[in-house]
Design a protein around this ligand. Sequence first.
Ligand code: B1M
Length: 215
Amino acid sequence: MSSEQLFEGIKNAIVDLDREECLKLAQEALDAGINPLEVIENGLKKGIQIVGTKYDDGELFIVDLMMAASAMKAAVELLELHISAELKQQARAGKIIIGTVEGDVHDIGKTIVSTLLAANGFEVIDLGTEVPSSRFVEKVKELKPDIVGMSALLTTTMPQMQEVIEALEKEDLRDSVKVMVGGAPVTQEFAEKIGADGYAKDAEKAVKWAKALTS
Ligand code: B1M
């Protein structure tokens, strides 16, 4: 199968909520030597976007979203092993704590960002999902990272990012860290409005930003 056929098959497997087919094709792509990031961008992400639109249009339900997410997470986990293995030896480029903000359970994109940052030499401490501002503050005090990264997928949880920045200011910690934000509804304009230092549209841009912010 060509790489284009594999991407198409992986996209369709997500849309069909077919976890096994998705994993099988992801493994085939790896065996064929295709860059795992291309599989995520050209196959998995396209599939999950279609699923999101179908959910919006009432064609799919929350249970379907969960099945698609489970297939995507399993495939990302498989691909991640290969991303990290290639680049793990690199020197540490900086320390980052990252999490999905309070009230938000979406973690697929955040985990891809974490993995790619780690693969590019950053020490990444992933706080998981639904992370309250107090935990971000506590971890900044404890771990003294170079960057705090926040992800939000819901318009209703985006304001949490500002809350974290304000909490850092209140504790006199804001000047000790750079803040990077991202997630589908987040924009450059929003990042500037809440006083973040960086915004990234996707995982590769997040790495570029993190490198620029720490250099
Ligand atoms: Co939900 N969901 N969801 N969902 N879900 C969205 C986000 C939605 C757009 C779907 C829709 O209506 N079309 C919609 C939000 C609408 C809005 O806010 N305007 C929505 C909704 C409404 C909900 C619920 C409220 C549904 C309900 O319960 N009625 C609920 C909320 C639960 C909660 O959080 N409290 C909910 C639940 C779920 C599932 C649990 C079923 C599942 C998540 C599973 C999981 O993550 N473990 C899910 C899914 C899968 C989606 C969609 C379909 C896909 C999200 C995803 O994984 N995308 C999504 C629709 C969509 O986005 N098209 C949707 C793929 C991922 C690779 O992309 O996360 O954007 P993304 O990450 C990218 C970039 O954004 C960027 O890099 C990543 C890689 O390129 N990035 C960063 C992300 N974080 C970054 C951080 C950075 C930098 C870059 O710096 C730190």
